[in-house]
Design a protein around this ligand. Structure first.
Ligand SMILES: Cc1ncc(COP(=O)(O)O)c(C=O)c1O
Length: 455
């Protein structure tokens, strides 16, 4: 990208988010990069949020932002959903950790069984990362095999076993994750997404313990995966007797009350869940076939037990929040509304890009909205549109990080916090939020042009 010409974005951002700047300076002395999650790193500094309600969050200066992070996808009903707040407050007064079994964990588990087709049995964890780690251990115990097949670009959390290949570049086919040993790396087999033939060959060659897949494609659909491929994958893994794991940490309770498996009518062998599962509080779970989950039980038929401690497993606060939210999710209305609003947002973005004569494009499935900031291809003609005919090497690319920081900062000046190059839409986003988002993008493009980031 060309050099900054005017610095309009930086000066307007500093002016608007004045109160956050001092906090960000303090943070530099506490946290690497001053942040507690890589995704929160923003130049010149991130805004500090004080409260949130529905689709909006408010920062320390009183600026309101339409939020498209939505708790990293955990808040399909928006911030501070009243029934969730009430349930958590009530539970906090009764006790936050009994170090014992409690009835609410049963109710929470029964909601999962009711909604998720593959959930014959389950175990709660503290996060999605723990859930996918547990899935692999169980698959290895049951199958007696060690290799794992994953798809390029799919994100399953940050533990050593699955961290590699979650991001581009994919063109070299060589992935290395600093800090992960070559032995661990060597157990991972990476195949291109949406390629059944390559998956079949990889299964024959490597005889893996399992195949793990994100329900609608890597990183909530950068390279969309649709029903036809997923059904083919189910058939293939069943035929070759390989355990199929759906990672529905994002898609679970979102794209449909039953997740991607509910939407596409597929029953995987195991499923990992988190985010909406715990209603916006920390929590995850591994669910699946009773005979597989037996590997976690004492004296099980597999002859080996997967150890499963975890101080906060099924903690009462997450259970209370999860039950309150899953009860609403079960109606199907939150998924329907979020999907509809996301479609409106994609259309609004594409209208702006066309009006501004800019080579950006928006696409996505269900409640996910993606933006490609350098696009050379046909414009969308339907809501089904996938750029570049779903060629994953063209779709899953990295873009200029300076442009990303400038775009996010410029959008915040217009009152919107986008989730990187995209948005996670919830059931509480309104048509007005969509209009604010479209106006913010339009204004951001003007600022990016003024600052020399775009022509
Ligand atoms: C598909 C998927 N799997 C696993 C994870 C990891 O979950 P957590 O952040 O709760 O560890 C994520 C997080 O975004 C995810 O999107």
């Amino acid at each position: 990208m060309s050099q900054t010409l005017t610095n309009a974005i930086e000066s307007q951002f500093r002016d608007k988010f004045r109160g956050s700047e001092g906090l960000a300076e303090r943070a530099q002395q506490i946290f690497p990069n001053g942040v507690t999650h890589d995704g929160r790193f923003l130049k010149p500094f991130p805004p500090y949020i004080k409260s949130a309600k529905g689709s909006r969050k408010t920062d320390v200066d009183g600026n309101e932002l339409v939020d498209f992070w939505m708790g990293h996808g955990s808040l399909i009903l928006g911030h501070s959903y009243p029934a969730m707040v009430e349930a958590v407050q009530k539970q906090a007064a009764l006790g936050t950790h009994f170090g014992a079994c409690h009835e609410l964990e049963l109710k929470w588990g029964e909601w999962v069984q009711k909604l998720i087709p593959s959930a014959e049995r389950l175990r709660f964890t503290n996060s999605g990362t723990e859930a996918t780690l547990m899935a692999l251990r169980v698959a290895r115990i049951v199958s007696g095999k060690s290799k794992v097949i994953k798809f390029a670009g799919h994100f399953h959390g940050w533990h050593d076993l699955l961290a590699p290949a979650a991001e581009p570049p994919h063109d070299t086919g060589v992935y290395s994750t600093p800090g992960v040993t070559s032995g661990t790396d060597g157990d991972l087999v990476i195949v291109p997404p949406n390629d059944l033939e390559a998956t079949s060959k990889a299964i024959d060659e490597h005889q893996p313990a399992c195949v793990i897949v994100e329900g609608t494609g890597g990183r909530w659909g950068v390279v969309p995966m649709r029903g036809e491929f997923l059904r083919g994958l189910r058939e293939l893994t069943a035929k070759k007797n390989v355990i199929l794991i759906f990672d529905e940490v994002i898609t679970g309770f979102r794209v449909h009350p039953g997740g991607a498996q509910g939407e596409f009518g597929i029953v995987p062998d195991m499923t990992t869940l988190a985010k909406i599962l715990a209603g916006g509080l920390p929590g995850g779970c591994l669910a699946g076939r009773a005979d597989l989950l037996e590997a976690i039980a004492f004296d099980n038929p597999h002859g080996k037990k997967m150890k499963h401690p975890g101080t906060y497993n099924a903690n009462p606060l997450s259970a209370a929040a999860g039950c309150a939210v899953l009860e609403a999710v079960a109606t199907g209305e939150p998924s329907r509304l979020a999907n509809e609003r996301a479609r409106d947002l994609r259309r609004a973005f594409n209208d702006v890009f066309e009006k501004k004569d800019l080579n950006w494009v928006s696409y996505g499935d269900f409640s996910s909205v993606k933006i490609i900031p350098e696009y050379n291809g046909p414009r969308p003609e339907s809501d089904d549109f996938i750029p570049y005919d779903n060629d994953f090497k063209k779709l899953d690319r990295s873009y200029d990080t300076k442009l990303l920081h400038a775009f996010r900062a410029a959008s915040m000046i217009g009152g919107v916090d986008f989730f990187g190059w995209g948005a996670m839409v919830s059931a509480c986003h309104t048509p007005e939020d969509i209009a604010v988002a479209a106006a913010a993008v339009s204004q951001a493009i003007d600022l990016l042009r003024a600052d020399g980031f775009l022509t």
